[in-house]
Design a protein around this ligand. Structure first.
Ligand code: UGB
Length: 585
């Protein structure tokens, strides 16, 4: 105590708490009274931040850490007593009547939804120093992830409000969870780009705090190796999003404004919004409290499996089981072959892609009980089999998809399976590591993420009736990928399959080596034969029609200024061979 500078009563309480929770060692090296007082105060300020940003405070963090570290040392199976089975969910086939029906419902519901992007991670595996949402999702248009997400939400907003029976408008709330690593750069990206067309008041940034690192099985706090007056901290995981949303007060505001859904999504999935309308429709029609988006999963593939777990005492939950835990769990519970494909060629447990849709009302009720705290885990890297010391400090972590773990068994927890090509192409791995991925497994790199967008757009156009050339195989950055025509459109052009089908005639063709960029809402492609590059930029009020208008019709249309409508008679015989046509309206 004699080493402490003059402290406020709160700081005294915090210092006492540290001593009482077995953390006296953090004071041991402190300089004599009167020396380093500013640094000592800064230390206690950091402790105060760590205390207030964790549900239950730092004492609760240390207590939980001791329990989890003891379980980890004892090798306790977190699923002890549970037997897995395949839960029921909705399996969708892109473009069929069922899918279109869910999409229509989803678009109607979108005006009652809030979107939450978790973007606190730096993406160390990607080997990129900047924020991942600033990366281009594809290099044809150069649109970055954040712009794409915002434009997708705005397109949903516009389409949803058009369908609103009472004709009312709305602004879909858009929340971004940041961290110290990403906050300033995310804000800068938004501000320097006019929030990509969104009203700044629509966007809220919630910054997650890191948590204290632990140096041993007694959960003693680790000091920063470069500063003895600082506790070392590390990210706590995307599960923080629930506590942050709860404490922000936003959930109640949304509820009072008539919102019904909250959608959570990750930082680099350029396909996701192709799956969102139908998945939201599933939530609405099936009244799911929790709906996880999933894709067919190959047995042993490195994504978690969604499983129903039934405990010997009767408890049940539908939850993501990480891939490294699923196989041992199956083997331990009577599935002798563990995680294997069934007759469909896929694991019966759908693969979690970590995009969640929660019903707002039940979500608020649950968070009132938990404060948004999510069941944590610890993953210490031990020095040896005695498990008595760590190679480096560890910390508690939590995952947003573990939210259902505390729900009552009566909660409606389901999932929606979509084709992988439509819904999932994350960018997580650097080119070197991606090149080492065994053949046939997904690379999850910037290369594969970009190619997946062209593939999805090509397949959607095909389904809409257009003739799209077959892909060729090419190697980029050591990764062999399918290269489809570089077809890209703005979300407002083709938000749903019905929308795309309405705007594309069946006699269009696009060759494999072509590039087609549709940048505008009302662009209609009736009779286009493209073997080259075509970029159409159409302003808000412009309508562009690429078809076989007669000379007489087109002369009537061209230049009408009241409702700007421009047609290109040129397209009646338009074949762009190895050339580029840019039409700016
Ligand atoms: N994130 C945060 O916002 N804060 C954090 O503290 C950490 C991350 P990763 P991960 O897509 O297939 C998840 O690192 O955690 C954000 C699921 O857990 O890309 O390895 C971060 O910015 C896993 O079940 O992924 O694995 C990013 O947006 C599986 O679904 C997001 O959280 C896997 O994703 C995910 O962070 C997947």
């Amino acid at each position: 105590r004699s080493n402490l500078p003059a402290l406020s009563p709160d700081q005294v309480e915090l210092a006492k708490m540290l001593v009482e929770t077995g953390q006296s060692r953090v004071f041991e090296h402190w300089a004599d009274p009167g020396v380093d007082d500013d640094r000592k105060k800064a230390f206690l300020e950091q402790v105060a931040r760590l205390d207030t940003s964790y549900p239950g405070g730092l004492a609760s963090y240390i207590k939980t850490a001791r329990e989890l570290l003891a379980d980890s040392k004892a090798g306790k199976n977190p699923f002890d007593g549970f037997t897995p089975s395949v839960p029921s969910g909705e399996v969708l086939t892109f473009g069929d009547d069922n899918f279109i029906n869910f999409e229509e419902t989803g678009v109607k519901e979108a005006r009652k939804a809030a979107f939450v992007l978790v973007a606190g991670g730096l993406g160390e595996r990607l080997g990129y120093n900047g924020i991942k949402v600033a990366l281009p999702a594809e290099t044809t248009s150069g649109t970055c992830y954040l712009q794409h997400y915002i434009e997708s939400v705005l397109a949903l907003q516009e389409a949803s409000c058009r369908l609103a029976e009472d004709g009312s408008g709305t602004q879909i709330p858009f929340v971004i969870m940041t961290s110290d690593d990403t906050h300033a750069r995310t804000l800068h990206l938004l501000e320097s780009n006019g929030y990509f067309g969104m009203q700044p008041s629509q966007v809220k940034l919630l910054k997650q705090e890191k948590v204290a690192c632990l140096e041993d099985n007694d959960a003693r706090l680790a000091l920063d190796p470069s500063d003895k007056y600082k506790i070392q901290t590390k990210p706590h995981g995307h599960g923080d999003v629930h506590a942050l949303l709860y404490s922000s007060g936003l959930l109640n505001l949304w509820h009072d404004a008539g919102m019904k859904w909250v959608l959570f999504f990750q930082d680099t999935n350029g396909l996701l919004f192709k799956a969102i309308p139908a998945a939201l429709g599933v939530s609405a029609i099936r009244q799911f409290h929790v709906n996880s988006l999933a894709v067919p999963r190959k047995a042993k593939e490195a994504i978690g499996g969604i499983a129903k777990l039934t405990h010997a005492d009767g408890r049940t939950m539908v939850i993501n089981v990480e891939y490294n835990q699923l196989d041992p769990l199956l083997r331990a519970t009577g599935y002798l072959n563990g995680d294997v494909n069934d007759e469909t060629g896929f694991s019966p447990f759908p693969g979690n892609i970590n995009q969640l849709i929660l019903g707002l009302g039940p979500y608020i009720e649950e968070l009132k009980k938990t404060g948004g705290a999510i069941k944590e885990f610890v993953n210490p890297k031990y020095k040896d089999a005695s498990k008595t010391s760590f190679k480096s400090s560890t910390r508690l972590e939590c995952m947003m998809q573990d939210y259902p773990k505390t729900l009552s068994p009566t909660a409606a927890v389901g999932f929606t399976v979509m084709d992988t090509w439509l819904a999932y192409a994350p960018v997580k791995n650097n080119p070197e590591d991606a090149a080492k991925v065994p053949k046939g497994n997904p690379y999850h790199s910037a290369t594969s993420g970009e190619m997946a967008i062209y593939r999805a757009n090509s397949l959607i156009l095909r389904k809409a009736g257009a003739h799209v050339g077959d892909p060729v195989m090419q190697v980029f950055n050591g990764q062999e990928v399918e290269v489809w025509p570089r077809i890209v459109w703005k979300p407002k052009w083709g938000l749903t399959f019905s929308e795309v089908r309405r705007k594309v005639g069946s006699s269009c063709s696009v060759s494999q080596k072509s590039t087609l960029l549709l940048n505008g809402r009302d662009i209609f492609i009736e009779d286009l034969s493209l073997d080259g590059a075509l970029i159409i930029n159409a302003g808000e009020d412009a309508e562009v029609c690429c078809d076989k208008l007669s000379q007489e019709e087109s002369s009537k249309c061209t230049g009408v200024s009241r409702a700007p409508y421009l047609s290109f008679p040129l397209f009646s015989s338009f074949h762009a061979r190895h050339s580029t046509l840019c039409a700016f309206i």
